[in-house]
Design a protein around this ligand. Structure first.
Ligand SMILES: [Zn+2]
Length: 118
């Protein structure tokens, strides 16, 4: 029929993908693939260090954090610590952190191109 139109609507129970992506960006992560759900690993780039990580959106939304390289949850505040600076030229980012974990991967990447680390 002439003049008729179709309406397309999307119903979504969980945060719409655009809203989820906005929250991710606000938390410092750039999504690299479409949002699936809050429990799925969401491949993203962590802006602070430039690494590709796959945090669950639920962790980002709750403020737990999503980058295993930048997390400081294991820091022992009473132990001797070291300060580190990691730069990533391609992303133009600098990461300054503090740690006292001798097995911390950040020590290894301090003098190496981040793109070569897995
Ligand atoms: Zn990071």
């Amino acid at each position: 029929m002439f003049g008729s139109s179709y309406q397309i609507s999307t119903i979504s129970a969980l945060p719409p993908p655009t809203e989820a992506a906005r929250i991710m960006r606000k938390a410092g992560y750039i999504p690299l693939e479409p949002y699936v759900n809050s429990k799925s690993h969401w491949k993203s780039t962590h802006k602070e260090c430039g690494r590709t990580v796959s945090p669950a959106f639920a962790n980002i939304a709750s403020g737990t954090g999503g980058c295993k390289w930048c997390g400081v949850s294991g820091l022992d505040y009473s132990a001797p610590s070291y300060l580190y600076i990691v730069s990533h030229q391609e992303f133009g980012s600098l990461k300054v952190g503090i740690s006292n974990d001798a097995t911390d991967k950040k020590i290894e990447i301090a003098s190496t191109d981040l793109r070569d680390i897995y």
